[in-house]
Design a protein around this ligand. Structure first.
Ligand code: NAP
Ligand code: ZN
Length: 354
């Protein structure tokens, strides 16, 4: 007998999120059932709820930065028991046997594609998956993460499940570390985690922001230097000096302004996914110093666990503003205005208030 879940859902691209009830499956032999305590608010939730990328299936229950308490497990589950803290990130399934899945890069699954925590295909109940803006979730053990942060840090750990891994994965893949100059473009949810993680990895970190008011925060978060990216002179001072730049910006902008800051063989990785394309970067800026422009999608499950453990060890969490679910649309509007310090997290107890 499936259970009823309460949630907030968007019914169309231009209606505000509102209470919505739907069915979750009963935990199968390999499943973990989780009562959701906290869910972070990612810009991808907003892109999807408002169908800015197209392809949103309604009703849409966003949310892929989930932390909660395990309430039940299937009889084949070995990693979790009732009462444990658990996390769920951006994916809840993949084929499990293609080369990418075999190498622990399930986010790049080559056959079915990864199954998104929301807006993915629900292989058990049919229809599409519903995310973390809800009171509980049932997920295959393979896609459930252990949370070792203390009780007091659980809400601030939730954003690690997307913002944390999406920044950690490229920083690790491109081997960022001591002696390197690393740029983080955009000080939002992803960006502020990028700053903390890159600094913890020992890099010299420079933040690029369009918001002069975030200068002091950037330094407090661990940046060694801050550049207001609209200031041509400030930008020019860093020409040809970066080993690596992580670009988290959620809007189309001039990529050349950042590519010219890379050294020979430097790489800029795009993780932001704007609703409309960036203007094409110039080939000249790429070939002159053999610079690379790349992209990266979240991170695999094993790497997400590694990131959570790394953050717990280094005492890293997200800077959060806790909101009740009833304020989600105001939070989205503030996110569009780059007015987030630095991640909204929904206290899921607020669902009980209707
Ligand atoms: P966010 O909290 O809204 O942060 C984005 C930041 O970008 C803003 O705070 C702002 O920082 C900067 N920005 C916004 N508009 C800008 C503009 N017009 N020009 C220049 N900078 C601008 O968003 P987020 O949750 O970090 O997500 C960022 C993007 O990553 C979204 O597109 C999201 O969908 C995507 N994402 C991708 C993955 C992946 O796997 N690749 C995973 C999660 C999210 P400043 O005020 O400092 O300029
Ligand atoms: Zn996300």
């Amino acid at each position: 007998m499936p259970s009823q879940a309460s949630s907030y859902a968007a019914q169309s691209a231009d209606t505000p999120l509102a209470p919505f009830s739907f069915e979750r499956r009963d935990p199968g032999p390999a499943d973990v059932a989780i009562d959701i305590l906290f869910c972070g608010v990612c810009h991808s939730d907003l892109h999807t709820a408002r169908s800015e990328w197209g392809g949103t299936l309604y009703p849409c229950v966003p949310g892929h930065e989930i932390v909660g308490r395990v309430t039940a497990v299937g009889d084949q589950v070995t990693k979790f028991k009732a009462g444990d803290m658990a996390g769920v990130g951006c994916m809840v399934g993949s084929c499990g046997h293609c080369p990418s899945c075999a190498e622990g890069e399930e986010q790049y699954c080559e056959t079915t594609g990864m199954v998104g925590t929301y807006n993915g295909a629900d292989a058990v109940l049919g229809g599409h998956t519903f995310g973390g803006y809800s009171d509980h979730i049932v997920v295959d053990e393979k896609f459930v993460l252990r949370i070792s942060h203390g009780e007091a840090d659980l809400a601030a750990a939730a954003p690690l499940l997307c913002a944390g891994i999406t920044t950690y994965s490229p920083l690790r893949h491109w081997k960022v570390g001591p002696g390197q100059k690393v740029g983080i473009v955009g000080l939002g949810g992803l960006g502020h985690m990028g700053v903390k993680i890159a600094a913890a990895m020992g890099a010299h970190v420079v933040v690029f922001t369009t918001s002069p008011g975030k200068r002091e925060d950037a330094q407090r978060l661990g940046a060694h230097d801050v550049v207001v990216s609209k200031d041509v002179e400030e930008m020019g001072a860093h020409r040809g000096s970066f080993d690596f730049i992580l670009n988290t910006v959620a809007a189309p902008h001039d990529l050349d302004a950042f590519l010219t800051l890379l050294k020979r063989d430097g790489t800029m990785v795009l993780v932001g996914v704007p609703a409309s394309p960036h203007p094409s970067p110039s080939v000249g800026n790429l070939i002159m110093r053999r610079r690379a422009l790349a992209g990266s999608l979240i991170g695999g499950i094993a790497e997400t666990q590694e990131m959570l453990d790394f953050c717990a060890e280094h005492g890293l969490t997200s800077d959060i503003e806790m909101i009740p679910i009833q304020e989600i649309d105001t939070a989205y509007d503030r996110m569009v205005r780059s007015d987030v310090k630095y991640r909204f997290v929904i206290d899921m107890q607020s669902l009980k208030n209707g």
